[in-house]
Design a protein around this ligand. Sequence first.
Ligand code: NDP
Length: 685
Amino acid sequence: MGADQVSTLQSYIAGRWVGERAAKPLASAINGRVVAHTHEEGLDFAEAMAYARGTALPNLLRSHFQDRARVLKALAAYLMERKEELYAISAHTGATRSDSWIDIEGGIGTLFAYASIGGKDLPSSNVLHEGPPMRLGANNHFIGSHVMVPKRGVALHINAFNFPMWGMLEKFAPSFLAGMPCLVKPATATSYVAEACVRLIVNSGLVPLGALQLIIGGTGDLFERLDESDVVTFTGSADTALMLKAHPNLLKKSIPFNAEADSLNCAILAPDVTPDDPEFDLFIKEVAREMTAKAGQKCTAIRRTLVPAKLVDAVASALKARLSKTVVGDPAIEGVRMGALASKAQQADVTERVAQLAQNCELLLSARDGFAPKGDNVSEGSFFAPTLLLARDSAASDAHHLEAFGPVTTLLPYGDFDEALHLATLGRGSLVGTVCTKTPALAAQAVPTFAAWHGRMLVLDREAALENTGHGSPLPKLKHGGPGRAGGGEELGGLRAVKHYLQRCAVQGSPTMISAVTGEYQRGGAVTESEVHPFRRYFEDVEVGMSLLTHRRTVGEADIVAFGGLSGDYFYMHFDEVAAKESPFGQRIAHGYFVLSAAAGLFVSPAPGPVLANYGLENLRFVTPVAIGDTIQARLTAKRKIDRPPRDDQPAQGVIGWDVAVTNQRGELCASYEILTLVAKRIAG
Ligand code: NDP
């Protein structure tokens, strides 16, 4: 669909576009003109599910986590190049350019973020090991750990109208990475944006056949067709969430239902802040921004603004002054900062809810204060005036349970900070909350109460303000989703989101078997003694379990003295005979870092070769101290391999993690760790 064309939207089912006959008209939020129609044809969900299970799933499982991370990156770049097409279509939703930026580039950014998370944290297989393993027997013949594998089912994503693209992509990215085919059902009102995005994705040819199907319109009998291995995610109203998650088929088959629903988020101006503090202005700016961005149609917007009773007038006049300057109208017009609600239905809904809220509130700012959206033909648009209410009784206010999904907030005065924290909990579970304070102790006081009721918390002060990403902006690496009325679900949060689409299983067995199962060498498992030094092998030629047992080295006093001299570390344990005797070790011992360095000297292969760099180590433990006269030896074993996508500015390479065990003459473990090396590939590219 072009920006000015009226088309019939199509679903994308079983590898083809479905829908020729126009059904429901979808109107522009700016001027009410029809911008698209849904299609009349019903969808065959039996066919959609059969295609997802029979074609898409095997396609996806032929690839592994790393492959799919690469697809996400390519897809993100592809969409980014075509973003202007999406901006043109998104304008019909009433969004300003910066609102659309959240939806479009925020969505694409989430694809990039998951490409990077997958590339860094996931293996080149479809088995994710959640270590570390634990010993289940005294002699390390029996260990246990956890693995996570693709669920081998289908993800059904149902989205809200407010972020048709971000909402879709933030759910698609982790589920695709996990290896699940997705069926996406956007909210009908703005489904033309989601359709345009899916069309681009399909045309890119990057995503395996069937990995993404699109449903325009209702879900028909789809819920009856879901199976035990499927997942449903939902964003929208609490009422719809309740109805859908109670579907008998979901309950019968224990199908996970991840919901993100209405949330009455709050921001608290702490009692230590005065109007002269920078925090006061920051608070006003944050509340006003959350009211006006996307015309307040954000699940994270601040609906409840908690302020010390003595500052109510100051906050109210500062907010009114700021909101009065916000130019509302057709975002195509220069200077417009706030657009329209997404539809007439939303406009009617918000009007009704504000009227309900106003029954026990004072209206401080509303449409009655000379509201006139800018633009030609905007009378048929879905505009709504920034609306500020003041509760007469903060604890009894309807603002704690009634969400007006628009540019609306209610001021709730409080007496002391404990009361403010109590009021915050009356939202019965929120996605996000802000505490604006200049006092660390108040932030620390707020967190335990706040965190129990919120999915995310922003502590706003003058320092954070320098880089604040915003109360209302979920970030790919931080959890999004809140308890209770916010739906009880969890999205994003980096790798956590991918794990929602994987199945976790505990595995028990010998270290050799667990090594084979996890694809990671487990200490105590069988190793392959490598005839060629492992550091002389290219990435492709190193196999997990390849190992080198080094020659030995006896540690003398001269080593300790030399290392102390080099490092400047004259800690008494290494240099003070008397104090060391009185210590738990009863004698002088070598520096732990000397043992580490000496072990590198034992296992390194010094001549130039495929190992390009040693970039760190993990899980270092000094277990048994090394005393003067002890003889140490190291075992180096290839533990895990992480393939790296080719880059123009680097030789082709991968990461190899090496398990290192340093032992003494009695076979006791002295040091244990994993070193990470970059290893060149034999075949470039
Ligand atoms: P709804 O709950 O009505 O719709 C959300 C999604 O569910 C849409 O895709 C909708 O599709 C779909 N849906 C509705 N009924 C069914 C059904 N029986 N079977 C399958 N899918 C269904 O929310 P709205 O989008 O209309 O928004 C209403 C209110 O929800 C807002 O005013 C706001 O209060 C809240 N909301 C909360 C959000 C959040 O992130 N927390 C985000 C957006 C809204 P369709 O559009 O085709 O009906």
